[in-house]
Design a protein around this ligand. Structure first.
Ligand SMILES: NC(=O)c1ccc[n+]([C@@H]2O[C@H](COP(=O)([O-])OP(=O)(O)OC[C@H]3O[C@@H](n4cnc5c(N)ncnc54)[C@H](OP(=O)(O)O)[C@@H]3O)[C@@H](O)[C@H]2O)c1
Length: 291
């Protein structure tokens, strides 16, 4: 399956870590500069990622070659979340923070199906595209809402989780996205860092991925050495025929460079891929995608 594509998916920078207090302004700008040097020209952010949008905006102002992807639906002061007004004003807020007249990609950020349908939020985002504020409109999420977004024919892009521990979208909906010409951004390709030492501030997503990792016996299949496991995870996502872009969430230029090298190294061995798929079908068929 994975040998079917002529080259790997594009590597993009996941901008969650860019907003962290633990990253200095200088290191944030250095990471973005390194990304451009490595040919990584897309960065994904959101209003919920701390100072990420502002930091990207300060850098991106003088670097038109950097494409920006962000999200809306909440966090506009004084405006009710998930209303058409929140989408309109969220787009304007993002244009100001990211210092761009036209935003390259804007997602509805992980809202459930009942919010997608009947509240006017999709229409408000379509209107932002019509008015030239946004080049591509997107939905980020999982499950039935993701399926609705793909089938609606309205969205240019979807963003969803793709890794050996999170394959629901890969089998359930991404082939349809491909058929319909919807661009696919893969998030959580590195299992959101679940392979790192457990930390008291780890969220439930990492705990869930760790549980799945053990249930699938992935340490036996992919080894224990973190750098080579990360390489394998990037190769897994970047050579899926349905994936156009792999977001790599990192604050480390070295790790971003490693992801670029891993993607270029080619797909994983087909026999390994078959075993991973078979074990998942046996053990994880009912697991939902992690938002
Ligand atoms: N739409 C949504 O709801 C949503 C949800 C989740 C994520 N996202 C998007 O997807 C991006 C990525 O997601 P994510 O950050 O959750 O997960 P991820 O990319 O799967 O994993 C990031 C983690 O992997 C570590 N890492 C990366 N490269 C490594 C390497 N070579 N060796 C060892 N560790 C490595 C990073 O630590 P270091 O910093 O030390 O490299 C970080 O802890 C986010 O930044 C965001 O843009 C969107």
């Amino acid at each position: 399956m994975s040998a079917a594509r002529p080259g790997p998916a594009e590597i993009a920078l996941g901008g969650g870590p860019l907003g962290a207090d633990s990253l200095s302004e200088q290191d944030a700008a250095g990471l973005l500069a390194f990304a451009l040097e490595r040919g990584v020209t897309l960065v994904d952010t959101a209003p919920s990622y701390g100072a990420s949008e502002e930091r990207i905006g300060r850098f991106a102002e003088a670097r038109p070659e950097l494409r920006v992807s962000t999200k809306v639906g909440y966090a506009v002061p004084g405006v009710e979340d998930w209303t058409s007004r929140c989408i309109r004003e969220g787009v304007e807020q993002a244009r100001r923070r990211l210092r761009r007249d036209v935003l390259d990609v804007v997602h509805l950020h992980s809202c459930p199906l009942e919010v997608l349908v009947g509240r006017g939020v999709v229409e408000a985002l379509v209107d932002a595209r019509v008015r030239g504020r946004v080049a591509k409109i997107a939905y980020s999420g999982q499950g039935e809402a993701l399926e609705w977004a793909v089938d609606s024919g309205v969205f240019d892009v979807v963003q969803t989780s793709v890794s050996p521990v999170d394959r629901r979208a890969l089998s359930a909906v991404l082939p349809r996205a491909k058929e319909r010409g919807v661009e696919v951004l893969a998030k959580r390709a590195l299992a959101s860092g679940a392979l790192a030492e457990p930390h008291p501030e780890d969220g439930p997503d990492r705990a869930e991925y760790r549980r799945r990792w053990q249930a699938l016996g992935l340490s036996e299949e992919l080894g224990q050495e973190r750098a080579s496991v990360c390489d394998a995870l990037i190769r897994f996502a970047a050579w899926q025929p349905e994936v156009d872009v792999v977001l790599v969430g990192t604050k480390s230029p070295g790790h971003l460079g490693a992801a670029c090298d891993a993607a270029a190294a080619g797909p994983l061995d087909p026999e390994l891929l078959s075993r991973l798929a078979a074990t998942y079908a046996e053990v994880g068929a009912e697991w939902p995608g992690v938002i």
